[in-house]
Design a protein around this ligand. Structure first.
Ligand code: GDP
Ligand code: MG
Length: 303
């Protein structure tokens, strides 16, 4: 299956809700047009504030330019929505970046951190990069086991210690091993107990300082994993995590299981943090690099 096909299939539930209604709305062009457009966007969890912003932009653009066809208006809408995603190239695409690049996976329990860690290992390995994983969610034995299984399946080394071990110590070992072996990437899975914010903050801080001590040249990319099925509630998780750690990228998972895919727009707009990947299933290849244009086009158009 091609990349585009995979995106469309992964976003099918959101597409069902949005694409058909949007296209017919643009061609009907009835008096309630702007109101209806706003409602469609809200129904896909773009959120009321961002939906209004998008529709107001379209309204003033149409007023100023009097577009000759619905296709031009739709293209403008696509443009506006794509532009809401910040354009920051990912560090792993920069060949001059010092190795190892350290990715710290954060997010609450159950959002898909460990799965995404495994999927990322598969993706980078597939690109010919060398990867090591760190099982720094030492809170649950099952989480360590889960990551070890991914490592075995992908033939990627996994650094782990006993359940209950200091997560920063696991992170340290992981980065140390990555440096010693000259690997490209160290991806560290963490626990996400948001109930105890002070502890979590201290834990992530400690991991961060241990990593920068061991690998001073290695930039640490903190990827917040968010579950798309909770829709607008993902915004408050993002807000909370922003207070805890300097989040530099987002991963939106479980888009295959929800029609709330529009939340990606709201999330990116909120703090101008780039969405890096989307999860569209449970398998190793069900993680796609995020492309704002393709994403927006897929949810707005039936094609
Ligand atoms: N359908 C679907 N399920 C996913 C996706 N990502 C993760 N999951 C599932 O979500 C559940 C929790 O994932 P896990 O990685 O253990 O979450 P963690 O607690 O954040 O580490 C597992 O059953 C995963 O298979 C996705 O993109 N789509
Ligand atoms: Mg986990």
């Amino acid at each position: 299956m091609g990349f585009l096909e995979k995106i469309r299939q992964g976003l099918q539930k959101t597409r069902d809700k949005v694409a058909r209604s949007v296209e017919s709305l643009f061609h009907r062009r009835d008096p309630g047009f702007y109101q209806e457009l706003e409602e469609i966007l809200i129904s896909a969890d773009v959120g009321p504030i961002v939906a209004k912003e998008i529709v107001e932009d379209l309204r003033s653009w149409e007023k100023a330019t009097s577009p000759a066809s619905p296709a031009l208006s739709l293209a403008h809408l696509e443009e506006t929505m794509s532009a809401l995603f910040p354009d920051v190239p990912p560090p792993w695409e920069d060949p001059a970046r010092p190795a190892p690049l350290v990715l710290l996976m954060v997010g609450v329990n159950g959002v898909g951190k460990t799965t995404t860690t495994g999927k990322l290992a598969a993706r980078f390995k597939g690109e010919g990069k060398s990867v090591i994983l760190g099982a720094a969610d030492t809170f649950r034995a099952a989480a360590i086991e889960q990551l070890i299984k991914w490592g075995e399946r992908l033939d990627v080394p996994v650094v782990h210690q006993k359940p209950g071990a200091d997560p920063a110590s696991v992170a340290f070992d992981t980065v140390k091993a990555a440096r010693a072996r000259g690997l490209d990437l160290a991806i560290i899975d963490t626990a996400g107990r948001l109930q105890n914010k002070q502890n979590l903050m201290a834990e992530l801080k400690k991991i961060g300082s241990v990593v920068s001590r061991e690998a001073p040249d290695s930039p640490v990319e903190i990827l917040l994993v968010l579950d798309a099925t909770i829709g607008q509630n993902a915004l408050s998780q993002l807000d909370e995590f922003m207070k805890i750690a300097p989040i530099s990228g987002l991963v939106l998972t479980k888009l295959d299981g929800t029609s709330k895919g529009g939340v990606a727009v709201a999330l990116a707009r909120r703090h101008r943090i780039p969405v890096r990947f989307i999860g569209v299933g449970e398998k190793a290849d069900d993680l796609l690099p995020f492309d704002p244009r393709l994403f927006v086009r897929s949810i707005l158009r039936q094609e």
